[in-house]
Design a protein around this ligand. Structure first.
Ligand SMILES: [Zn+2]
Length: 375
């Protein structure tokens, strides 16, 4: 049986993203995002100043903490400010060993679609970082350390994989861009599965209903070959950022709850009751959701909503035909299922040739100048 886990990405400080951090206070009660989801992902970039995250932020012992190395944030910071962020692979590794169950090696993530030379250079630099991680790894730590794969077409995947493969690591993370493209995302996972023994996979920065269903579909198709699929997402934060109220069970449906004070985003609406019975919506009124500082309520509802959506997919995945019926309005996802089946029948190379036109062109994607929590 494959375990599939949704991992909400968090920061540790309240106040960074409209007062959303890992721990929130609501009506005098402390609420912890990691404890609600049973997991969280924290980037070293945001967590580096904290020695013992579980203790400092009241994270339960059984919560899975994934520690990203911060490559994405470091790259974004450089693009945004022109400043280099100084880091030391050993320091990152030690932080992961102290705080996390799973750590991702430091990588140099390609943004947009760089030329082949640049792509080779990034994979070479990543290989050097991995060597440093592997050399200094503690023999007693329980940390599972994951390698990372980038690339948006079979040729790039080959270049990257040949360069970074061969280390004795515990799993793989995939990070092709755009993260919202189900074809690019499934291609990277299928590529790894074709290459060999990959029982633990993490998909980086998955965005909502446009990708999540394919992970459940792949998990079912490869149930004998995979033990654990994790995927992180910060989408729930659109509550705080854009006052967006998600209803994912309706396949990505959302609306905006405007503020009573402050800036209106979207069309002003008025509901007499909230259309959800999650622990947040059962305890607050629509009016409270409209308050200026209700962004955290919206985000927490979104978190519960995503967990419920994942739970639903986890149940339906065992009967792929029912899963397809549930997703009947999501043509792109259904096409992607067809692509996955085709790759399983033939291979990733043939799959790309036949379905290339459906892949989102990475050239049209804006380079990653945004931070993890921005959209
Ligand atoms: Zn709710």
């Amino acid at each position: 049986m494959v375990e599939i886990k949704y991992i909400p990405a968090t920061t540790l400080n309240n106040g960074l993203f409209n007062e959303i951090g890992i721990e929130l206070e609501l009506k005098g009660k402390k609420i912890n995002i990691a404890n609600i989801a049973g997991s969280t992902m924290i980037s070293w970039f945001y967590g580096k100043d904290y020695e013992n995250i579980r203790k400092q932020f009241n994270v339960n012992d059984d919560v899975m903490i994934i520690g990203d190395s911060g490559g994405f944030q470091i790259g974004s910071e450089k693009e945004k400010t022109g400043k280099e962020v100084r880091f030391n692979c050993f320091e990152i590794l030690k932080w992961q060993e102290k705080n996390c169950n799973i750590g991702l090696v430091m990588d140099v993530p390609p943004s947009g679609n760089p030329g082949e030379d640049l792509f080779k250079l990034y994979s070479n630099q990543t290989k050097e970082y991995i060597e440093r991680f592997v050399e200094r790894r503690s023999t007693t730590s329980k940390l599972k350390l994951y390698n990372i794969l980038h690339g948006t077409n079979p040729r790039h995947l080959d270049i990257w994989y040949k360069n970074v493969n061969g280390f004795n690591l515990d799993g793989w993370a995939t990070g092709p861009k755009p993260s919202s493209d189900c074809f690019t995302q499934s291609q990277a996972i299928l590529y790894l599965l074709e290459k060999g023994d990959v029982r633990h996979i993490h998909t980086l920065g998955v965005s909502g209903t446009s990708v999540i269903p394919i992970l459940y579909y792949i998990a079912k198709k490869f149930e004998d070959k995979i033990d654990l699929i994790t995927f992180d997402s910060s989408s729930y934060l659109v509550g705080s950022l854009y006052r967006r109220y998600m209803l994912q069970q309706n396949n990505g449906f959302y609306f905006f709850i405007p503020e009573v004070e402050g800036v209106y985003i979207g069309k002003p609406i008025k509901l007499n009751k909230l259309p959800c019975d999650c622990p947040i919506c059962s305890n607050v009124t629509f009016k409270e959701m409209m308050e200026y500082k209700a962004g955290r309520l919206l985000s927490l509802h979104n978190l519960y909503d995503t967990l419920r959506y994942c739970n639903l997919l986890d149940s339906l995945k065992d009967e792929p035909e029912i899963l397809k019926t549930f997703l009947k309005n999501k043509n792109r996802i259904l096409k992607c299922f067809e692509y996955i089946d085709y790759c399983i029948k033939y291979n990733v190379n043939e799959g790309y040739k036949k379905y290339e036109k459906f892949f989102t062109n990475p050239n049209v994607v804006t380079p990653s100048t945004k931070s993890l929590f921005e959209y």
